[in-house]
Design a protein around this ligand. Sequence first.
Ligand code: HAM
Length: 425
Amino acid sequence: MSYQKLKGTLDFYQQEAAKMRFIEEKAKTILNTFGFEEIITPIIEPTDVFVRSSGDSSDIVNKEMYTFNDRGNRSITLRPEGTASVVRSFLENKLYVNSPLTKLYYCGPMFRYERPQAGRYRQFMQFGIEVFGEGSAFLDADVIISAYQLLSALGIKGIQLKINTIGDFISRKDYAAKLQAYFAGKMDDFCEDCQKRLTKNPLRILDCKVDANKDIVQQAPKIKDSLSAASLSHFKKVTDILSMMQIPYQVDETLVRGLDYYTDTVFEFILAVPGELQGLAICAGGKYADLVKNFGGPDIPGIGYAFGMERIMMVMNSQSLFVDTFKKTDVVMICLDEDSKKVGLAFANHLRSENLTVEMDYKNYSLKQQFKLADRVNPRYILIIGEEERTSGIFTIKHTQKNTQEKIKKENIVTYISDKNNENS
Ligand code: HAM
């Protein structure tokens, strides 16, 4: 019997795995400059961690969680997102005690039972951040700027930042009531999900993938008319700072986000170029003033976002942004007999200790086959060792790009390769 990966999951191997790590490293480098530190939390959490944070009216909790009872009959969930786990850890470990501001990033797999399609998987990687301890508009803006910097550092083009405010909990309740009154009796041809949302969470009707473009939705009361003066003024400050920093954005009054914990600023970076992936959210997040408190902790606001790493990779592939990202093999050793192989293996490891990438043939392939192998690897140099080279300590080195060959003393080869590298790269 042959096995296949589960629907909605992906294998990453060789270059694709390297691309994933490349994105992760780039993200870490940028976020380190913003003063972030890493947090690693378990992939499994008590189910309640997600139910209490995402909200029992959210799609995630209602139909997307991988939940099971363990052998001790505890309800366990594979994390569908990172924020709730980080908040749980922030509280459990009392991270707020040491510093008034805590800046954390994380990277790892998330699990959602969604209908798989391009860019939507059941297991996917998120790179996310969470900041605790400050409710200022400057922090909101700086968090958004960090995501913008990351996308710029990766060279991604055609991304649009959409931003909105959904106010505080009380304003939102008021707005939800207005929407319920407005939509009542007008929803006969709306999808099944929206019918349920009308009573459970009417804001979600506004960004429903099926119904959002209907005239009735477009003409629905706007959230800004229900917001407190404080929320409106906070949002104006955030957008003013983004303008000052010349970060392009578009205010989207229908952006409400699918998780219940947000308050005030919410945002998404979406792909705006025409094609199959147009409209795909690459990164999304927002502020959550009450989540820590709702978890039973002190009154500490938080804000964060998460990138879908597969989505970044798809966009970078489509924009050919990985070219020249990967290190070429420096040397392939061609060894002409068993004794030369011994010398070759030892020398290969000497070169590796100098941080050079070296490959060799471990079998007893013919010279022709070894050259074929070298062609496939396409190294910068081919080192040839036979009886003559072995006894003289002078190796033959072939420069593959120039197609030239020289004889070099083995103790001078590292310097030779480094010099020539500089010359040709
Ligand atoms: P989210 O919008 O559910 O937010 O997910 C964030 C990002 O993860 C999305 O914009 C998308 O790029 C990626 N993503 C989500 N679902 C999938 C999927 N099924 N397949 C592939 N990629 C996906 C959150 O998860 C929040 N925790 C973000 C946040 C952090 N808010 C505050 N802090």
